[in-house]
Structure formats: structure tokens, C-alpha cells
Design a protein around this ligand. Structure first.
Ligand SMILES: [Zn+2]
Length: 81
């Protein structure tokens, strides 16, 4: 039987169940994403901004949209509305 040679696997541990492990990881990531989305939305609203589309310049953040301008918090791209 194949045994992984990583130091994290102790000999007494049962073999990992990849699907169950991935399911738990995806659930945790989805929950964290929801919490972060709610937090960012609240911060934006508090500052009089709304969340726009994904930044087309860097694709690393959503743009933030105010009354007169749209900007990217990651790369600094900005344009008037
Ligand atoms: Zn950007």
C-alpha cells in the first residue's frame, strides 16, 4: 500500500479521506468568504461606497464605487464617473 512520506502523517493515523477533507475545506472557505464579503460590504457602505466589478487592470480586487469616482484598492486604478 502506498504511504505518503510527509512529516505530517503519523503512522498511527488512518488514511485521509480526500473527499470528506476537501468538502470540509470547501465549506470552511465558503463560510470565510461569506464573512469577508459581509464585512467588506459593511465597510464600503459605512464609507459611502459600493462594491463594483472586478478590476480589469489587475484582476486582484473588486472596484469601489463612490458618487464621483471608481477605484481599485489593490492597484490604485481610478477613473471618474
Ligand atoms: Zn486593480
Amino acid at each position: 500500500m502506498y504511504r505518503s512520506n510527509t512529516s505530517r502523517n503519523r503512522p498511527s493515523e488512518r488514511p485521509p479521506r480526500p473527499v470528506a477533507t476537501l468538502r470540509r475545506r470547501v465549506d470552511a472557505i465558503e463560510r470565510e468568504q461569506l464573512l469577508l464579503r459581509n464585512t467588506v460590504s459593511g465597510l464600503a457602505r459605512d464609507r459611502g461606497l459600493s462594491i463594483g466589478c472586478e478590476c480589469s487592470k489587475c484582476n486582484r480586487a473588486y472596484t469601489l464605487v463612490g458618487k464621483t469616482r471608481l477605484f481599485c484598492p489593490a492597484c490604485g486604478y481610478e477613473r471618474g464617473l
